[in-house]
Ligand binder design. Structure first.
Ligand SMILES: C[S@@+](CC[C@H](N)C(=O)[O-])C[C@H]1O[C@@H](n2cnc3c(N)ncnc32)[C@H](O)[C@@H]1O
Length: 203
């Protein structure tokens, strides 16, 4: 098992979701930027962890959602939580930098995953993976620590992306549609500044 996978497996095995810094039950900013299913389905949530985003999407009528995460333990928790609705969700336990992805998504969502890629080569691989999976005309929603946000997450160093650094990573084929800074409060009361952006992949 890779060191990174070990880190995330231990994290989800040792603590309940409610004890983790990124815990939230109402991912409002993500939901708002993803938009209606008519525009955002099929959707892939990369580094989904145990996020409640999928529960909200299913409640809004989404029927084609893929959750990918390095940690099988995190995905197992979602699998059990979803009950009968799990049939509408595809779970992939894999490294998003290495996993072949189907080129069929109209929305790529990432909350607090890209920011762990501190090596520029890994960021390039991430961008290639995203471009391989997201259809032209599709929607890219990225939430990560803002330039003035924390320097670490889950004990790991992060890269705090700006609009400019994200645009440089995707290239000119993506147009910024929305941006918003959002404060997240951890279960222990610490505020973290996130930057959420929504991009349109030009057709
Ligand atoms: C800070 S958590 C955020 C989880 C979720 N997006 C949320 O908002 O609750 C980061 C997640 O990314 C996953 N992750 C980190 N690196 C990954 C990689 N290379 N491939 C797939 N998942 C990864 C971790 O297992 C973890 O669940």
């Amino acid at each position: 098992m890779s060191e990174l996978r070990q880190h995330w497996e231990s994290t989800y095995q040792q603590k309940s979701f409610e004890q983790l810094g990124w815990y939230q039950t109402q991912p409002q900013r993500s939901i708002q930027m993803i938009g209606p299913k008519e525009e955002a389905q099929p959707l892939i949530d990369v580094g989904a962890g145990c996020s409640y985003l999928v529960d909200h999407l299913l409640a809004e009528g989404f029927e084609d959602v893929t959750l990918l995460d390095l940690s099988p333990t995190a995905l197992d928790q979602v699998h059990h939580r979803l009950g009968a609705q799990r049939a509408q969700v595809k779970l992939i336990a894999a490294d998003l930098l290495a996993q072949p992805l189907e080129p069929r998504y109209r929305c790529w969502h990432d909350r607090a995953v890209l920011h762990f890629l501190t090596d520029p080569k890994d960021q390039q691989v991430y961008a290639q993976q995203m471009k391989g999976a997201l259809l032209k005309g599709g929607r890219l929603v990225i939430g990560g620590f803002a330039p003035q946000g924390p320097e670490k997450c889950s004990g790991l160093p992060v890269v705090r992306h700006s609009i400019e650094s994200l645009q440089a990573l995707w290239g000119p084929g993506f147009e910024l549609v929305q941006q918003a800074q959002t404060l997240h409060t951890t279960p222990w009361g610490k505020e973290q500044l996130f930057l959420f952006t929504q991009w349109h992949r030009k057709g």
